[in-house]
Every structure is written in C-alpha cells, then in structure tokens.
Design a protein around this ligand. Sequence first.
Ligand code: FAD
Length: 387
Amino acid sequence: NLPYSDGDFYAFEQLLAPAERDRLQEVRDWLAKEVRPIAVDCWTRGQFPTEIIPKLAELDVVSPVRRQGHSNLLAGMIHAEFTRADTSIATFMGVHDGLFTGSIEVLASNEQKEAWLPDIYALKKIGAFGLTEPLGGSDVAGGTRTTARREGGQWILNGAKRWIGNATFSDWVVIFARDLDDNQVKGFLVDTSLPGYTATKIENKISLRTVQNADIILDNVAVPEEYRLQGANSFKDTNKVLKVTRLAVAWQAVGQQLAAFDVARNYSLQRQQFGKPLASFQLVQQQLVQILGNAVASMGMMVQLAQLEDAGAAQDEQSALAKAFTTARMRESVALGRSILGGNGIVADYEMAKIFADAEAIYSYEGTHEINSLVVGRAITGIAAFV
Ligand code: FAD
C-alpha cells in the first residue's frame, strides 16, 4: 500500500480523536465485509437486502450525534464511508436515520420521543420521510397539496407523495400535509398498515436501484392526534430537518468521489494497454489526480463545515454551498472514473457504472444542485431568484 492509496491526502482523519478513528475503522471493516460484496448484485436486480437491517442494528449506527454523542465530523466521515461502499445502503441510512429519525428527534414532543425512538434507534421500526409530491418537488413548500383535516381526536389525510425512499417496506412514514384550517404544513407519523395507505415501487430507475422509492397514495387515512408531530407547525419546522440532512448528502458526494478514486485507481494499475498498466500513462495519471483533488477539496469543505456544526455555528447557506459544490465536483469525478474504465466503465459488474449512475440521484435529491446554488445566490446578493 502506498501512503496515499486511501485517498486521505491531507490526513483529515487525524482530526478525529483516537477512539473516533477506531470507530471509523470498525465501520469501514464492516462495510467491506457486509456491504461491498453484495452491492452490485442488489443494484442490478433492483432489490433491497432487508437481511442487512439486523446487522446494521448490531453495528449500532442510528443517530450518531444526538444519541451517541459523536462529533459531526465523525458522523460525516462514517456517512461518506457508507457511500464509498454503496450509495444505496448509505441512502437507506440517510432516509431512516437522517430524514425520518431526524424528524422525530427535532419535531416530536418528549413524550412521543420516549415512546417511538427506542425501536427506531434499534431498527425494529423502519422509517420513511414523505415530503415530495408529484406536483411539488423543488417548490415543495408551496407545492404541498396533501391535506390534513381535523375530525375530533384524529386527522384525515388525503393526497399523494412521490419518490419516498424505503416506503415500500417501512413500518412508519412521516407525512407532511397542509392543515385545511390554518393552511400550515404539519407533520404526522403514519403507520403504513393503516387503511387507505398504499405505496407503489417506482420501477426502472437508472440510479440508486437498490433503494426502494415509492409513490404513496393517502386516501382518507385516519391518524390519531397523538401521532401528529407536536413541533411541526409550519414549513419552517420541516426545514429544520432538511438543513441537517443536506449536510449528509454533501458527505455522500465525498464518499462517491472516494469510491470513484478507489475503483479507477485499482483498475488503472491492473489493466494493461500498449504493454503497460493504464496508470503509467500521463493522461490517465492526470485524470486520477483530478478525481483525488476534487474529493480532497470536497472533504476539506465538509471538515470545516462539520466543525462549524459542532460549534453550533453552521448556517443554511453554508450547507447549501456544500451540497452544490461537492455534487458538481462529484459529477466530474465519476465521469473521469468511468472514462478510465473504458468500455468496462458502462458494465455494472465493474462497480464504476453503479458509482457513475448513483451520482445522478445525489445531484438531484435533497434540493437540486440549482436550488442549492440559488440559496447561496440569495445569501450573497440579497436577491431571491427562485420565489
Ligand atoms: P423539479 O422541481 O421538477 O426540478 C426539475 C429541474 O428544474 C431541476 O433541474 C431543478 O433544479 C430545476 N428547477 C426547478 N425550479 C427551478 C428554479 N426556480 N430555478 C432554476 N431551476 C429550477 N423526497 C422525499 O420527500 N423523500 C424521499 O425519501 C426522497 N427520496 C428521493 C430519492 C431519489 C432517488 C430521488 C431522485 C428523489 C427523492 N426525493 C425524496 C425527492 C427529491 O428531493 C426531489 O426529486 C428534488 O427535490 C427535486 O424535485 P423534482 O424531482 O420534482 O424536480
């Protein structure tokens, strides 16, 4: 092994405490054993490996910051490592842990948290996060058409949600719906076995094929008032969750680039053309260096942002710039990686095609590249270009 073969070119991991480095290595070893060997097969078949859930529970990875007291830096690096092993499994965690568990931790009352969180942390109850709608994507605040009508001690939900990760098999889904009385967006914990709830898998995706995204229909679903998230009283509250999860997506962009670096570097050392390894050609080395530079620059941005987050000082527009910048670099990195594999770069078995295709979902979800850029544009000009 060469000193720089792991991609940590500026030794960012040395910023972690020794016990944190041990934990990162433990997760890395687990991913190498449990996730990477099955990732291409699950992706090709478009099936989620539910048998991984009890193993994830044993690894004990849900809520690293709020529950386990880890730093945001360690949590971010762990999320990047998940993505480096497989973006779909990282996204499963991003949905269950970041979006769903985050919604409960941030928006539920103390009583609700006590009742729900133990099973959620132990992955005994799997969650999903239902915000996006068929007609409400980037403009999700204005575009929430799903309604909630109060009837005595319960709420009647009607509407449709689109793209909801994990929702084909989750036990619970947080649904955001507009209260017909005060017109505000509120949050509800919906049991997916309730009458009137259906989730249909979105087929034929070319990205994150292992993740089960669903179209949800809510047809007069009756939810008791005790299942309304007591702290979700307007879209501003929903945004409190998204602010944190956007950071996790930027960490995914770091992991995605490290995965492209790993696969392209290994391939270029093994594959011979003109009697020499591809890695011996100057143009190929330049491409590898570009991927590494992109990954390291993205990592550097995230390390500083995690430290701001740990200090409680990170701002929304800083998360938005991280998401916009790292995903743009990622798109270049995975394209370079794919090109280094030549024809084999478009065959899923060589991993790079999966890495290349999965990058497209990261680029678009949790606020597209464009919308995050416009959030930063508003911050630096004082002019909102998108409302
Ligand atoms: P649109 O909003 O229709 O945008 C289309 C294009 O127009 C984009 O390029 C966008 O940037 C651009 N655009 C739109 N408005 C403007 C503007 N004002 N200025 C400039 N450009 C603009 N949602 C959930 O709630 N839960 C989930 O679990 C979930 N998981 C997802 C998983 C995957 C794989 C994907 C693809 C999506 C997921 N989403 C989820 C939804 C995701 O957040 C949305 O897809 C995303 O916000 C974009 O919305 P849209 O697809 O409707 O695109």
